[in-house]
Write a protein that binds this ligand. Structure first.
Ligand code: NAP
Length: 296
């Protein structure tokens, strides 16, 4: 039977360290790290995600500010709000909860966020940086997967990795982050013909398609590491991933459960990025103080 990779436990352990780092920042600059969350409209799932993020802030010593807008908010109003937050020294991270209403220009909103505060990692600079190795903030879900693999001492270099799902927020950045760690990566998507012929080759299989039961044991190599990113709500209200957990557990060497696998790590990486942003700010402040002293 596969070892179950406990994302909840790792997230709890990491949050202890984050709380200490946030405390050190608060001591040094007299203010806790700050995260601003922009929530547009009244989508129930978005409200739950935002509530979880705010709770995680409380647990890690981050000061959160939630700015709520009706779904009729204009593009300009959102851009003006982001411009103010970019200038606000108390805000280290800015997150726009997705999805946004269709009349909002998503690209404009994401590009308006200062690269130095883009803790979701969705700004074009941070996305492009995944290709060149210059990313400031990695997107939280793939970053959480990398942390899970590292915590289990699972080798990435030279491994055959198959990522099922090619979205901009999970599948594509996941593939790039694993390529950067010298894995051989294949990306599959809804139009991939014969998905199983790819997945069966994977030493590490990452599934982020949003299709419950997509991956069955016959599609998995014996001994593979299986990371299930999917979060699907079944008609009876239960939450499930994209992988047939019971069947695949009998074949895999390690597997993440849903819930309790990747999900808690995603939120924790958002906290990590926000605290890292505040720490970068302190280094910048030190450098400008040194420059001033040098000029005097
Ligand atoms: P998305 O934007 O809908 O993208 C889904 C991707 O999966 C697309 O690339 C799609 O292919 C591909 N796909 C769909 N059906 C497929 C199939 N039958 N076979 C192979 N590929 C298929 O979704 P997302 O935002 O990436 O999220 C994916 C899943 O992860 C969802 O269940 C979501 O709830 C979950 N998620 C979890 C976390 C977490 O923290 N655990 C965070 C984010 C998302 P095409 O490109 O060809 O359409």
């Amino acid at each position: 039977m596969a070892k179950i990779i406990d994302g909840q436990r790792l997230a709890r352990a990491l949050r202890g360290g984050l709380l200490a780092r946030a405390g050190a920042i608060a001591e040094q600059r007299g203010a806790a790290p700050g995260l601003a969350v922009i929530l547009v409209g009244d989508d129930a799932a978005s409200a739950v995600y935002v509530r979880n993020k705010i709770r995680a802030c409380e647990a890690t010593g981050i000061q959160s500010t939630c700015l709520r807008f009706p779904s009729t908010v204009s593009n300009d109003e959102l851009l003006a709000t982001i411009a103010l937050l970019n200038e606000d020294a108390g805000i280290d991270g800015i997150l726009v909860q997705l999805p946004l209403p269709p009349h909002i220009a998503l690209d404009q909103v994401l590009e308006a966020i200062s690269v130095e505060k883009d803790v979701d990692g969705f700004h074009l600079y941070n996305v492009g940086g995944l290709v060149t190795g210059n990313t400031i903030f990695s997107p939280c879900t793939p970053y959480g997967v990398v942390k899970l693999l590292e915590s289990e001492n699972i080798a990435i270099e030279g491994q055959n990795v198959v990522v099922v799902g090619a979205s901009n927020i999970v599948g594509k950045p996941m593939a790039l982050m694993l390529m950067a760690r010298d894995a051989t990566v294949a990306i599959c998507h809804a139009k991939t013909r014969d998905l199983a012929q790819f997945t069966i080759l994977a030493d590490i299989l990452v599934v982020a398609a949003g299709v419950p039961g997509l991956i069955i044991p016959q599609m998995v190599k014996t001994g593979a590491v299986v990371i299930d990113v999917g979060i699907n709500r079944l008609p009876d209200g239960r939450i499930t991933g994209d992988v047939d957990f019971d069947g695949v557990s009998a074949k895999a060497s390690c597997i993440t459960p849903v819930p309790g696998g990747v999900g808690p790590m995603t939120v924790t990486m958002l906290m990590e990025n926000t605290i890292a942003s505040a720490e970068r700010g302190l280094v910048r402040d030190d450098r400008s103080a040194e420059n001033l002293a040098f000029q005097e």
